[in-house]
Design a protein around this ligand. Structure first.
Ligand code: FAD
Length: 389
């Protein structure tokens, strides 16, 4: 059941390539030695773990399996395993990396010019430049397609006006991919560089989930960017959608990482904690919960590996990605609640980790399209009837 690679009940590691197994093991060791020991402290203080950025950069794994200059070559499966392990350690640091590589680097890799790719991707892969992805607005979350931020051409520049909300890394980024409505009425993408006048970002305080990654409210007031900072491949919201569809499958891996942490913590706790003169693991109801958790974690693993293999073959559809995300965050929430229950009073203490993951999964359940929105996307495909509006 367990190997150096962690829980793997159906021997999925046997079907991985040597390179995939190797990166899994590298990440697992990094997470156990560098991330887990510090994660709860940063979470409690709502501080971003800058110390991890340099250490993580040293692994040379940032790029989410994208193709582009300076990006390490990884299969979608390897990229998924990296996401899973980071989230098993800390959802906040994993979200920082998810925004950096999954969203910001992907936007540039999918929609950028050759010059934009050369300028940003190698530096972002080395974590020397930090990226953000600004789509959501105060009045447009699930209906981000209706976003109200505008981009107006003025001579050799575009002028951006509007507001963005929830933007991960928005206060610390070197480049923010801002999605705005052009004069043709279509959603377009722009690279706003650090220090650009008219870009004001403030950290959203008081989060009870993913406390150690900083999300921003952003004001764009007459924010002028050079015309060459427009992403040439981002012409309509469909192009934004291509980025989001790819990252949704990644959120399924992330949820699997949180559920794996829950299962590992609960099993080890149940073996050690004694009540009524025995380890609680000896009671039937406790075993039933552990087995239920194992079944869900294993099912999520099968889902994730299959979606990654389909992505590698260019056969992963948007609705398949939505199904994986919807199912994984829903199941991870259940697994985390069970783990919390199995750990009794200690289950609510940050030092036992599960409570942090339980709080963090709430953000994953919502970001990059809520469970309900994913459900409606799939429902529309099943029935041919859109039920959004
Ligand atoms: P709303 O759209 O207001 O939804 C509220 C509720 O209504 C939800 O339950 C939703 O499912 C439901 N609902 C809405 N419409 C329908 C409908 N038609 N039918 C049925 N139910 C419906 N965005 C970025 O652009 N960049 C980021 O880096 C980023 N990071 C984030 C990090 C965190 C921690 C969080 C919480 C969010 C982040 N987001 C980011 C924003 C995120 O993508 C949105 O929160 C999400 O899309 C939901 O939008 P909303 O919060 O406005 O909720």
């Amino acid at each position: 059941v367990e190997s150096g690679l962690g829980i793997d009940y159906y021997g999925l590691a046997e079907d991985l390539t040597d390179a995939e197994r190797e990166v899994w093991l590298t990440l697992r060791r990094f997470v156990d030695t560098e991330v887990v020991p510090v994660a709860s402290g940063y979470w409690e203080r709502a501080e971003f773990p800058f110390e991890l950025v340099k250490k993580y950069a040293g692994l040379g794994v940032v790029g989410d399996g994208l193709e582009g200059p300076g990006i390490p070559a990884f299969s979608a499966t390897a990229a998924g395993l990296i996401t899973m392990e980071l989230n098993r350690g800390d959802g906040s640091f994993a979200t920082f990396i998810g925004v950096q590589a999954g969203l910001a680097m992907r936007s540039i890799a999918f929609c950028g010019s050759e010059e934009q790719k050369e300028r940003w991707l190698p530096a972002m892969s080395r974590l020397e430049a930090v990226g953000a992805f600004a789509l959501t607005e105060p009045d447009h979350g699930s209906d981000s397609v209706a976003l109200a931020t505008t981009a107006r051409r003025d001579g050799d520049s575009y002028v951006l006006d509007g507001a963005k909300r929830w933007i991960g890394n928005g206060t610390i980024c070197d480049v923010c991919v801002v999605w705005a409505r052009g004069e043709d009425g279509q959603v377009q993408g722009f690279l706003v560089e650090k220090g650009t006048p008219g870009y004001e970002a403030t950290v959203i305080e008081g989060k009870g989930s993913l406390r150690a990654v900083w999300n921003a409210d952003i004001e764009l007031r007459g924010c002028r960017v050079p015309a060459e900072n427009k992403l040439p491949g981002a012409r309509t919201f469909k192009d934004t959608g291509r980025v989001l569809s790819a990252t949704r499958a990644g959120i399924a891996w992330a949820a699997l990482g949180h559920a794996t942490a829950a299962y590992e913590c609960a099993l080890s706790y149940a073996m050690q904690r004694r009540q009524f003169g025995k380890p609680i693991a000896s009671f039937q109801l406790v075993q039933e919960k552990l087995v239920h958790m194992l079944a869900e974690v294993t099912a999520m693993q099968l889902f994730c590996v299959r979606t990654a293999r389909l992505a590698e073959q260019g056969r992963l559809t948007d609705t398949m990605a939505s199904l994986a995300k919807m199912n994984a965050t829903r199941k991870a929430r259940q697994v985390l609640a069970m783990a919390r229950d199995l750990m009794g009073g200690n289950g609510i203490l940050l030092e036992h980790r599960v409570m942090r993951h339980m709080a963090d999964i709430e953000a994953l359940h919502t970001y990059e399209g809520t469970e309900s929105i994913q459900t409606l996307i799939i429902g529309k495909q099943l029935t041919g009837i859109g039920a959004f509006a």
